[in-house]
Design a protein around this ligand. Structure first.
Ligand SMILES: NC(=O)c1ccc[n+]([C@@H]2O[C@H](COP(=O)([O-])OP(=O)(O)OC[C@H]3O[C@@H](n4cnc5c(N)ncnc54)[C@H](OP(=O)(O)O)[C@@H]3O)[C@@H](O)[C@H]2O)c1
Length: 294
């Protein structure tokens, strides 16, 4: 029996992936979610806006699987907010808190339960890269992302989208930090940061302003004439990465679905910098009250 733990499996890309993983005989899927999942994954309560919920979820996983170990961990949940005005229960900016920090804590707390040779997939986005998205970060200050300064603070959709792009850079950097860690080497982990690419038809865009929703709607309509991936394709690739059906080429961790093809490009310049990886890892550990080394 293989055990796979998933976040973000109730809708969109993650729902497709969760159902595909769950359909593999001998596979047990444990889904962390705010509401019940589709199909029949075992759903355990998880609200990424609260670090206490992350800890409770981890406790529930340990109880539920007993002596068994986790074969794959899929950190896929994500949200976009219309601005940077909202805070998590723990006082962090919502986008950073949900997309990055809660997942960082979850990863750290589940590391001891990952089996030798386990796979970790973290869903990132090519919006992290300034070559693709002009609002992507050109430098990273985790403290500023966590607690945007009150005065001079930009707000509104572009600030929200900047925060989203930065959080997706954090997802990629977390994957890099894990891949470089001692525990990844000792346990021979496969670590992947997965970019599904722009995928219309999920719930991700619900907080967008009307004009942007209309643009996404148009993209959905013209999609069959383009080479944009469907939700099905994006979810299938996520599942296949988690199941080890697609293996990263040596030295690559960034998998990117481009024109319906899974490629292994270099991530952004900032994502390739080791000081950025270490800086985020250490700041995140401090924010969630853990030691930096793993
Ligand atoms: N769609 C795209 O174009 C695109 C492109 C690049 C990357 N991505 C990434 O792909 C991943 C999946 O996105 P999607 O497009 O499939 O969006 P989606 O349909 O909105 O799915 C997001 C998932 O995350 C969960 N989630 C959000 N906030 C949560 C919270 N506070 N606690 C627990 N779960 C929470 C949602 O649960 P609920 O059902 O409870 O809301 C849902 O299952 C995200 O990480 C996103 O950043 C998407």
């Amino acid at each position: 029996m293989k055990t796979v733990v998933v976040t973000g499996g109730t809708s969109g890309i993650g729902a497709v992936a969760t159902q595909r993983i769950g359909s593999v005989p001998g596979t047990r899927v444990l889904l962390g979610a705010r509401r019940g999942g589709l199909g029949s994954p075992e759903t355990l309560s998880l609200d990424l806006t609260r670090l206490s919920s992350v800890k409770e979820f981890v406790g529930a996983i340990y109880d539920r699987i007993g002596d068994a170990e986790i074969d794959a961990l899929v950190l896929n949940a994500g949200s976009q907010f219309p601005n940077i005005d909202h805070r998590t229960e723990d006082g962090f900016e919502m986008t950073f808190g949900v997309n990055h920090l809660a997942h960082y804590l979850l990863l750290r707390l589940l590391l001891p339960k990952l089996t030798y040779g386990a796979t970790v997939v973290i869903t990132t986005s090519d919006t992290h890269d300034p070559k693709i998205n002009p609002l992507a970060p050109k430098q990273l200050d985790p403290e500023q992302l966590a607690h945007p300064p009150g005065r001079r603070r930009r707000t509104g959709f572009s600030a929200g989208f900047r925060a989203y792009s930065a959080s997706k850079l954090c997802n990629l950097l977390t994957a890099r930090g894990l891949a470089d860690s001692n525990v990844a080497k000792l346990k021979s982990l496969t670590v992947i940061a997965y970019n599904p690419g722009f995928t219309a038809g999920t719930s991700l865009f619900r907080a967008w302003p009307l004009w942007a929703k209309v643009a996404v709607g148009v993209a959905s309509v013209v999609r069959p004439m383009t080479r944009l991936a469907t939700v099905e394709q994006a979810g299938t690739n996520l599942a296949d990465l988690a199941l080890g059906r697609i293996i990263p080429p040596v030295g690559h961790i960034y998998a990117s679905l481009v024109n319906q093809q899974l490629l292994w490009p270099d991530p952004s310049e900032l994502a390739r910098r080791d000081d950025t990886v270490v800086g985020l890892w250490n700041d995140s550990a401090r924010m969630v009250g853990l030691l930096t080394t793993v």
